[in-house]
Design a protein. Structure first.
Length: 247
C-alpha cells in the first residue's frame, strides 16, 4: 500500500490522519485518531498488521465487560466448590464435575461448556510449584481450595508439612501462621554449610547459628561445626515445635 493512500483509511478503531514519517532509526510512524477522540503517532507496521487496533480504550472496555460478567457469578463457598469439583484427599487432586447452569453467564456458554472438562484434573500440577485453579472467575491456590472444600473456610496461611508445594494431600496440609510457615522452609540454594541457619564467619573464625522466632533472632557462635549444629537443632525444636525444619 502506497504511503499517500493510507490517509483517511480505517484500521480497527483507528483512522490514519497523516502520511508515514521516520524518526531517527525507528520504524515509520503514522498519525492516527482513535474512535474515542485521542490522536497520537504510532508504529505504522502495527497498524497495518492489526496488532494496534485502538489507543488502548478497546482493551479497557473488554476488561470492564469481563469484570461485569464475573460479578454476576455466585460467590465461591464450600457448596459451590463441592458442586463444581471433586477433591481426592489421598492424592490432593481436584477433578471437574459436570458444571451446573449457575456457573455460567449465559445459556449458550452452559450448553457448550457444561461437560467440556468433566472428569479432567483441574489446574496445572507441576512438582515443586504451587497449583492454582480458575473457578467462578477467580484464581485460587489448590491448597486453599482444599481447605474450603473440606472445612468450609480458608485460613490466612496453609502450610505444606513436607515442604512440597505441589503436594496437596489433606494429610500434608495444616493451618499455620506466617511465622510457622516460614519456620518450615527448607534449605535455600544460597546455603553453603549444608545445614539450615548455620554458617562460618571468617572474621570471627567461628561457626554461627541464627534462629528467628516471633520477630526475635537468636544468634550464637561456636568453635566447631558439630557443636553449633547440635545447639541449633535443640534451639529450633524448642522455639518452632512441630513446625521445625532442619533443612
Amino acid at each position: 500500500m502506497k504511503a499517500d493512500t493510507l490517509i483517511g483509511k480505517k484500521f480497527g478503531y483507528l483512522t490514519v490522519l497523516g502520511a508515514p514519517h521516520v524518526q531517527g532509526k525507528h520504524n515509520p510512524k503514522v498519525r492516527c485518531k482513535c474512535s474515542c477522540g485521542k490522536e497520537w503517532d504510532t508504529d505504522m507496521g502495527s497498524v497495518l498488521n492489526g496488532r494496534t487496533k485502538s489507543c488502548g480504550c478497546y482493551n479497557r472496555s473488554l476488561t470492564r465487560k469481563s469484570h461485569e460478567v464475573i460479578r454476576q457469578l455466585p460467590k465461591l463457598d464450600q457448596n459451590a466448590a463441592r458442586a463444581l469439583l471433586d477433591y481426592d484427599p489421598s492424592t490432593g487432586l481436584f477433578r471437574w464435575k459436570s458444571k451446573p447452569e449457575w456457573a455460567f453467564v449465559s445459556e449458550r456458554a452452559y450448553m457448550l461448556g457444561r461437560d467440556k472438562y468433566t472428569g479432567k484434573v483441574a489446574g496445572r500440577n507441576v512438582k515443586g510449584e504451587y497449583s492454582s485453579i480458575f473457578v467462578l472467575g477467580k484464581q485460587i491456590r489448590s491448597h486453599k481450595l482444599a481447605f474450603l472444600w473440606v472445612t468450609g473456610s480458608i485460613p490466612k496461611c496453609v502450610d505444606h508439612i513436607n515442604g512440597e508445594k505441589s503436594d496437596n494431600r489433606w494429610a500434608n496440609l495444616r493451618e499455620a501462621t506466617r511465622a510457622q510457615n516460614s519456620a518450615n522452609m527448607s534449605l535455600t540454594k544460597r546455603n553453603k554449610s549444608g545445614i539450615k541457619g548455620l554458617w562460618y564467619s571468617s572474621s570471627s573464625k567461628k561457626w554461627r547459628i541464627a534462629v528467628r522466632h516471633d520477630g526475635v533472632t537468636v544468634s550464637k557462635a561456636f568453635s566447631s561445626k558439630r557443636e553449633a549444629s547440635i545447639a541449633l537443632r535443640k534451639i529450633r525444636e524448642d522455639l518452632h515445635g512441630e513446625f521445625s525444619n532442619h533443612g
